[in-house]
Design a binder for this molecule. Structure first.
Ligand SMILES: Cc1cc2nc3c(=O)[nH]c(=O)nc-3n(C[C@H](O)[C@H](O)[C@H](O)COP(=O)(O)OP(=O)(O)OC[C@H]3O[C@@H](n4cnc5c(N)ncnc54)[C@H](O)[C@@H]3O)c2cc1C
Length: 371
């Protein structure tokens, strides 16, 4: 296994040279293989299982940030698929037993991609499990499942009426699940191949369950993981900044004072997001601060990155004008992907709760915490 600096360097190179990913709901298999070849998919395995512990062991917040940010620069859908893989492995490392972690590590070492499917369809009962002494029977399914039909493993949540709570399950996807596209496709992030999956009728051994009832929603992990999707999104803003620079120069508009002012604002937006995410990454990965402080800090970081990206998109549109909407301009697709990816759950509630926390506790520390 390569080390983290070499991995980040390899990703930087890919971000510069580019890795083709079609703007279609087609799984980017060749690009994912390329990431696997340089060690991205194994990097999140704990070190005891041959990985670098990125996202699964403390003290690796900044390295994990660099990996995810670089992936966002390369392609937001690729970043989304890897981010889900990291999230799933983290859950298995945190709550799974040694046998489950070993099985997951074997899966990754033999090329498996993991997903995390936790979103229930609106207006109907979501995925439910019925348990007897030897087996579990699944009814219903999940929606917004990235990689559906293509990845080999998924961590899912299923409601267990016996304990009236959600349970985590580690599923080897064997083709028996019924995969379908979303009723209406997403405007952006098409290559993340986000579909819906019906597991009805699937019977599984009880060993499929990970951890205890309620583990999925246990804080700070439940909310703190949001910093990772923000890191990918911020990588998208970085690429947008580079495209803005290149296109302003190519059109001979880089010396215009208004264009320079907007370019400066985009740089500041990205740096604001980066500073927030460094703080959030260290807190969320080290888990040394109080859980409520971690959740509040990550919540603010997530929203700061959302704001930075939305401001960046607006400034880029104003700077490039209609050319940013031409279908052969990479800015068009990137802004569409970024706008779609920024839609993450419960934004108002996150701000309300984070602000509430800092109204009744010490303000965020002025100095950096050691990483
Ligand atoms: C590209 C992409 C890939 C995805 N892949 C996966 C995946 O692999 N697995 C998975 O499980 N999920 C996946 N998701 C879904 C994701 O986890 C969230 O479910 C989804 O992004 C929620 O976004 P939303 O804007 O609809 O959230 P909402 O929470 O519905 O927010 C929309 C707005 O409503 C407000 N709001 C929220 N709740 C309330 C309320 N009760 N009352 C009033 N207002 C409210 C919010 O503050 C916000 O302003 C993916 C999403 C995207 C964009």
């Amino acid at each position: 296994m390569t080390n983290a600096p070499d991995l980040c360097l390899a990703l930087e190179t890919l971000a510069e040279t580019g890795l083709p990913v079609a703007d279609q709901a087609i799984f980017p298999g060749a690009a994912m293989d390329c990431l696997a070849d340089i060690g991205v998919m194994r990097a999140s395995l704990p070190t005891a299982f041959g990985g670098l512990g990125l996202g699964t062991e403390p003290g690796r917040g900044i390295k994990t940030f660099l990996m995810l940010h670089s992936l966002g620069r390369i392609s937001l859908p690729l970043g989304r698929l890897v981010e889900a893989h990291v999230n799933a492995l983290r859950i298995i490392a945190r709550y799974g037993n040694p046998g489950q972690m070993a099985a997951a590590a074997d899966g990754v070492q033999s090329g498996g991609v993991f997903g995390l499917w936790v979103t229930d369809p609106p207006g109907v009962a979501g995925l439910t499990m019925q348990q007897d002494s030897a087996s579990l029977r699944l009814t219903g399914g999940k929606m917004f499942c990235s990689g559906a039909g293509h990845i080999g493993w998924a961590v899912v949540t299923a409601f267990d009426p016996a304990c009236q709570d959600q349970r985590l399950l580690l599923l080897r996807l064997d083709g028996s699940e019924r995969i379908s596209p979303l009723p209406a496709g997403l405007a952006g992030m098409k290559a993340a191949v986000t579909g819906q999956v019906d597991f009805s009728g699937r019977i599984l051994p009880v060993e499929t369950m990970i951890g205890q009832p309620g583990d999925y929603l246990r804080e700070p992990d439940f909310s703190a993981g949001a910093w990772r999707s923000s890191a990918v999104a911020l990588g998208g803003l970085f690429r947008l900044t580079a495209l803005l620079r290149d296109q302003l120069k190519a059109r001979g508009r880089a010396d215009d004072p208004h264009q320079r002012a907007r370019f400066g604002q985009v740089l500041m937006a990205h740096e604001t997001g980066r500073l927030w995410l460094h703080r959030a990454a260290v807190m969320a990965e080290n888990l040394e601060a109080h859980p409520d402080e971690i959740v509040a800090t990550v919540g603010l970081a997530r929203l700061a990155v959302e704001r930075a990206c939305l401001d960046g998109i607006e400034l880029v549109h104003r700077s490039l004008g209609l050319s940013a909407f031409l279908s052969d301009n990479p800015v068009e697709r990137l802004t569409r992907d970024l706008q779609t990816y920024l839609r993450q759950p419960a934004a108002d509630e996150v701000l309300h709760n984070a602000a509430g926390y800092f109204l009744s506790h010490a303000l965020p520390a002025a100095g950096d915490r050691p990483c």
